[in-house]
Design a protein around this ligand. Structure first.
Ligand code: NAD
Ligand code: IPM
Ligand code: MN
Length: 377
């Protein structure tokens, strides 16, 4: 039977607002497909600091190890500041504990009618469609930090095993979709030793394991520039380190016109093709263990006002159905929801997309449309 166990960590500010709405979409899927999702709610972030004086408890970390998927909102806010442990450290500890080393951040328009919302000229941005894979458990984010009054240090390290496992996900994804599209690897091999090792090992892996896929290197700074001037040149897969991937994925939000549109999936192994079993990081639901969250943060500037766009969280749900639960048709229905209605796509829009709808109204429109799509199968 379809479904499984999910741990829901709504987090702070707009996190709970958009998670609540996305879960209503999951209700619709349960209703139409008979799938069942056992839902456990808990704390991570500022909410956990307030209750437990820590950004995530050992009990929650334990749950993360024994779950099919984690559905995450966002953690952080000015009221908690940056001194350690801050809200964000909870998320970093979960990523490390689950070893979800491949953070997949797709960039494409959820609907053709949204192309005109981009700050980039339509003829340049139309058709953009890439998957950015960000290394998620290493680099400058992890390693032994030193923080003193007058000195701070974050060693930026990569080991062979860490590089191999994430670039393999890029290769596997390219093979699943379109082996003719190149895989771009973004690094700073002209400056950083860790990047030179990254580049050498990435080429070794592709020559040995993905000889049909063209691997191209691009320095991360110039890639950031080219993403704006020639975004469609990167259609396919981009694989990169933790820090570069963090920055480039917010840039991708800028390309589409709103961070409120972009989802992400952090996986413990390569996603399996429909009908296949995952080889690494498998869960009990026939998929791969993962954490699903929007690219955006807790948006404290708009929280509590019903202004948050729920689309990024809803599209993260679609990624969860696909990768952790092998529910490809249902994932497709949710992912296409904005495109599916009449000609112009779903007309209800939140403020970030130039519309008047609030979070709940946008979500209700999505729920109605997902129900219609699943009914019509
Ligand atoms: P942010 O992504 O929260 O917000 C950036 C801008 O985008 C803001 O103007 C915000 O209003 C807008 N925005 C974001 N999500 C939106 C949505 N769904 N609908 C409409 N507009 C949206 O980035 P920030 O302001 O730099 O960070 C705020 C806090 O969130 C910080 O504490 C940061 O560390 C944290 N954060 C958490 C996560 C996470 O938990 N995964 C990710 C990023 C940032
Ligand atoms: C993201 C966020 C996180 C990151 C923070 C909140 C730890 O910016 O998921 O992109 O830097 O990875
Ligand atoms: Mn980020």
């Amino acid at each position: 039977s379809k479904g499984g166990k999910i741990l829901i960590l709504p987090g702070d500010h707009v996190g709970p607002e958009v998670v609540t709405e996305a879960l209503k979409v999951l209700d619709i899927i349960e209703k139409h497909t008979g799938a069942r999702f056992e839902r456990d709610f808990d704390l991570c972030g500022g909410c956990s600091l307030d209750k437990h004086k820590d950004s995530v408890t050992e009990a929650v970390l334990k749950k993360c190890e024994d779950i099919d998927a984690v559905f995450f909102g966002s953690a952080g806010g000015p009221e908690w500041g940056t001194s350690q442990p801050n809200p964000e450290s909870g998320l970093l500890r979960i990523r490390a504990r689950m070893q979800i080393f491949a953070n997949m951040r797709p960039c494409k328009f959820a609907s053709k009618s949204m192309v005109s919302r981009s700050p980039i000229k339509e003829e340049i941005i139309r058709g953009v469609d890439f998957m950015l894979i960000r290394e998620n458990c290493g680099g400058a984010y992890y390693g032994k930090k030193i923080e003193e009054e007058d000195y701070g240090c974050d060693p930026w390290e990569y080991r062979r095993s860490e590089i191999e496992r994430v670039v393999r996900v890029a290769g596997a994804l390219a093979m699943q979709h379109d082996p003719h599209l190149p895989v771009w690897s973004a690094d700073k091999a002209n400056v950083l030793a860790s990047s030179r090792v990254w580049r050498r090992i990435t080429h070794e892996v592709f020559e040995k394991e993905f000889p049909k896929v063209t691997l191209k290197d691009q320095l991360a700074d110039s890639l950031a520039m080219l993403l704006i001037t020639k975004p469609t040149a990167f259609n396919g897969v981009i694989v990169t380190d933790n820090t570069f991937g963090d920055i480039l994925s917010d840039e991708a939000g800028g390309l589409t016109g709103s961070l409120g549109l972009l989802p992400s999936a952090s996986l413990a192994g390569p996603p399996a093709s429909p009908g296949q079993k995952p080889t690494l990081g498998a869960n009990n639901a026939g998929g791969v263990r993962g954490l699903y969250e929007p690219v955006h943060g807790s948006a404290p500037d708009i929280s509590g006002k019903g202004l948050a766009n729920p689309v990024a969280q809803v599209l993260s749900l679609a990624m969860m159905l696909r990768y952790s639960f092998n529910m490809h048709d249902e994932a497709e229905a949710v992912a296409n929801v904005l495109d599916s209605k009449a000609e112009g796509g779903l007309e209800v829009r939140t403020g970030d997309l130039g519309g008047q709808a609030d979070t709940r109204e946008m979500s209700e429109a999505i729920q109605g449309e997902v129900g219609r799509l699943l009914m019509g199968r």
